[in-house]
Write a protein that binds this ligand. Sequence first.
Ligand code: APR
Length: 234
Amino acid sequence: MVGAGISTPSGIPDFRSPGSGLYSNLQQYNIPYPEAIFELEFFFHNPKPFFTLAKELYPGNYRPNATHYFLRLLHDKGLLLRLYTQNIDGLERGEPLFPLHVTSADVMADRVPCCPVCTGIVKPDIVFFGEPLPQRFLLHVVDFPMADLLLILGTSLEVEPFASLSEAVGSSVPRLLINRDLVGPFTWRPRRRDVAQLGDVIHSVERLVELLGWTEEMQDLVQRETGKLDGRDR
Ligand code: APR
């Protein structure tokens, strides 16, 4: 389970960190309250604040960090049953969310992207507040009871129904929280086998990779993937 805290080392602000979080820096967008920028009703009423923010955070301008590569290593080793992410930066997938050819010119030119056929506003493929979660989210009903370890990285566990997934694993299943601070059930309903590695996510992930004896594999993966990104950006 991951959140915006895994992307701050890539240069993308999270939402709630005091001072640096996005919700502390939206004054320029003239919105009634911070979360409005991600609310479906507000988006269709006034899409401008969202697309102004999207220009600032446009996919392709940021690169994955060690945390994203650690998740990829878990996948490559057949250890990752599923990744549940709240993030819209696409860094876990290494691909942008917007169909770049359709929206980038408009977004970069401070225009609201509209469909060339029906002229409706182009809504990005992210889940807004007030919008149903994608069907695949229901996989959690099968996934979490099957899990024999739950990793939670870089999230405040503030938003439901995502946050409650942290308690959906069996009571004897170890839960490892890697985060700057203790959050959610780790504070008010801790379990016997909980482990919390608090502090910077990169430092914590690199320490975990070292303990697993995967440091060399990780370095090879980062080198390989960074080379591909350098090639793409040329
Ligand atoms: N190292 C460790 N922890 C970090 C780091 C870092 N470099 N950077 C941030 N964090 C921690 C913060 O301390 C915080 O606990 O990551 C967490 C990020 O929490 P939020 O900013 O609330 O982000 P997130 O949990 O992803 O928010 C969930 O809220 O408003 C919605 O749509 C929004 O998807 C978002 C959802």
